[in-house]
Design a protein around this ligand. Sequence first.
Ligand code: FES
Length: 109
Amino acid sequence: MENISYSSNSSVTSPVFPKCVRVCQNRTCRKQGAAKVLEAFEALPTPEVTVTGSTCLGQCGNGPMVLVLPEMVWYSGVRPSEVPLLVEQHLRGGQRVTKMLYHRFHPQG
Ligand code: FES
């Protein structure tokens, strides 16, 4: 039987839930430019952060949608030109970019 393990030979303790960015690549968000948003994230890799395209995040029409896990921070209408700010301030600096937050889930900003 094959052993499925992600850290079988590592003495370093990895975070159980590393930070992850999901960039919706489903139909509606793609029409709104999500592919370029994903490219912008991939051009700015951040240690300890995984960036992946995702299926529909259930918020169609407000995209491109970006979800930061495990904090469950949502950004809507993200433009490629805004990605460097999001990477620098949130992913590297730990501070949400208030003006980009998705109002539906973060009504107080
Ligand atoms: S297509 Fe992106 S949230 Fe549904």
